[in-house]
Ligand binder design. Structure first.
Ligand code: HEC
Ligand code: HEC
Length: 477
């Protein structure tokens, strides 16, 4: 009897000694994983002149860059909403309200893909932008961009993929550019918030040079911007500048404002053994071991920047609404069969802040995302559209045929073991939590009080209404 009692009392100690659960054992195992995967803390953002950052900040928040003067980068990448909008699918020009309480304007479409976060864009590893990597830095260092209509002509002297990326939202009709008239449908085309013609809407979708020529003219019509441009680039006369000077500044601002290098994971990588809870350590060991997440979520940004088909539920209008609301992902750019349904592995930095998740925001919770990776077929079968906002739900058409086509082509690298226990999933979640830098939780200080166009910085409809009341002279030029 006494012997049994002793055994019962000793059991927790004995079992603890068998499984690698003591702090030092966990650290030793994790150290091996860190070495094998050659991981290091993130690097701080490079030094940039205050004038260039100020120019970039103003442009990021200035609705002057949208055809209808009603949308800025921050409309979707809202600092008060963690540089995203917390909507499955974003709402651009014509919409009203501040993310995530933003709603579609009359006759305006939803944007087809989820808004990605803007964290740590200055890390030297970045080679691609967008869910389909249509902006890319090639191995020889060249910056290229392609759309489904082919290669895009880019201005010279772009500094990085982030600057190339910034050329595109103002050219996308549903995001920032607005729509031109269509005589066949008797539609007059968009006007800006003052009722004036939207002169940016008339160009062809792929004509980035013409669209940006129009935007450049708008910006240099505002004396404060001319002054800022000269201060930001003191060695070049403004009349020798062009759109590249605008997007290089926008990129510099995003990198400076949204780089966060002190997540518990970075602190651990820098040598602080107490920065992670035991659960987060177990989660990291799983991530880089049994669960195989690092096969795709590799490196310091936790992405290989390659495209994979994990059979995400297809929700929203997709890129081809006419045929079953599908989004064929990367293959729309490359026209290659093997790229069908391929989407770029997202970085998992600060991922606990940036839901909903996947290229179309199909899931609200990280646990659902992990369970999808474990068993995509079961997750697709169980997928419930009822949690989606009505505007997305009404534009969703789940198709058995598309689900089967996605599962048939599932990426062979997606071999997350089906026997991950609930405890292991919760350990993985603890690791994902450790990828969030607490300093990234409040981005209020990155928002300017005003912008040089004088347009409202906020998307609050009351602010917009008040602004239009106060400025009748602008409304009737
Ligand atoms: C209407 C909402 C909306 C607006 C406005 C908007 N974006 Fe985005 N942004 C998105 C969406 C959606 C994507 C992903 C699109 C895709 O991959 O097909 C994206 C992608 C990006 C990315 C790529 C991130 C990555 O990891 O690949 C960056 C950077 C970015 N936007 C910055 C900007 C800037 C700068 C502006 C203003 C010039 C802007 N965005 C305006 C919704 C928006
Ligand atoms: C085969 C490559 C691959 C493997 C292995 C993999 N993932 Fe992913 N993961 C992806 C891709 C690709 C996406 C985006 C797919 C999409 O949007 O259609 C994604 C999305 C995610 C997201 C959503 C992030 C966001 O911002 O939307 C999380 C979280 C995630 N993965 C975690 C994990 C974890 C944890 C594991 C291991 C259990 C794992 N992944 C294994 C490729 C992979």
């Amino acid at each position: 009897m006494r012997r049994i009692l002793v055994l019962i009392l000793l059991f927790p100690l004995l079992s603890g000694a068998c499984a690698p659960h003591s702090a030092t054992q966990l650290d030793a195992q994790l150290q091996t994983a860190i070495q094998d995967n050659r991981l290091a803390p993130l690097q701080p953002a490079p030094e940039v002149s205050p004038a260039k950052l100020r120019l970039g900040q103003y442009l990021f928040f200035d609705k002057e860059l949208s055809g209808n003067r009603d949308t800025s980068c921050a409309t979707c990448h809202q600092p008060l909403a963690d540089t995203v909008d917390h909507l499955p699918l974003p709402i651009g020009t014509g919409g009203t309200g501040v993310a995530p309480n933003r709603h579609l304007g009359p006759l305006k479409p939803l944007v087809a893909r989820n808004t990605p976060a803007l964290f740590n864009l200055g890390q030297p590893e970045w080679r691609t932008m967008f869910w389909d990597a249509r902006v890319e830095q090639t191995d020889d260092g060249a910056l290229i961009a392609r759309t489904s209509q082919g290669p895009v002509t880019l201005p010279p002297d772009l500094e990085n993929v982030v600057a190339v990326q910034a050329l595109f939202p103002p050219s996308a009709r549903a995001e920032m550019r607005g729509f031109k008239g269509d005589p066949m449908r008797d539609s007059p085309g968009d006007v800006d918030i003052f009722g004036r013609q939207n002169e940016i809407a008339r160009y062809l979708d792929n004509d980035i040079p013409a669209i940006w020529n129009g935007l450049w003219n708008r910006i240099v019509a505002i004396p404060e911007y001319v002054d800022l441009l000269q201060k930001a680039y003191p060695d070049t006369p403004v009349d020798e500048m062009g759109p590249q000077h605008l997007v290089n500044a926008i990129a510099a601002f995003q990198i400076d404002a949204y780089t966060f290098t002190h997540s518990p994971w970075d602190e651990y990588l820098a040598g602080d053994k107490h920065a992670l809870s035991p659960a987060a350590k177990r989660g990291a060991i799983l991530f880089y071991g049994k669960a195989g997440c690092n096969v795709c979520h590799m490196g310091n940004l936790l992405t290989d920047q390659k495209m994979h088909n994990i059979a995400a539920p297809q929700i929203g209008p997709g890129k081809q609404p006419a045929i079953e609301h599908r989004d064929y992902g990367r293959s729309l750019i490359t026209r290659r069969d093997e790229d069908i349904f391929g989407f770029r592995t997202p970085s998992l930095r600060n991922v606990t802040l940036t839901g909903p998740y996947l290229h179309n925001g199909a899931y609200d919770s990280l646990e659902d995302v992990i369970r999808h990776h474990i068993d995509p077929a079961a997750a697709l079968a169980d997928y419930d559209v009822m949690h989606l906002p009505p505007e997305v739900r009404q534009r969703t058409w789940i198709s058995e045929g598309v689900n089967r086509a996605m599962l048939d082509r599932l990426d062979p690298l997606l071999q997350v073991p089906a026997d991950l226990t609930d405890e292991e999933i919760s350990d993985l979640l603890a690791f994902l939590e450790a990828l969030t830098d607490p300093a990234a939780k409040d981005l209020t200080k990155t928002i300017p009080d005003r912008v040089p166009s004088g347009l409202p910085v906020s998307d609050d409809p009351a602010v917009m209404q008040q602004f239009l009341q106060d400025k009748p002279f602008v409304r009737h030029p």
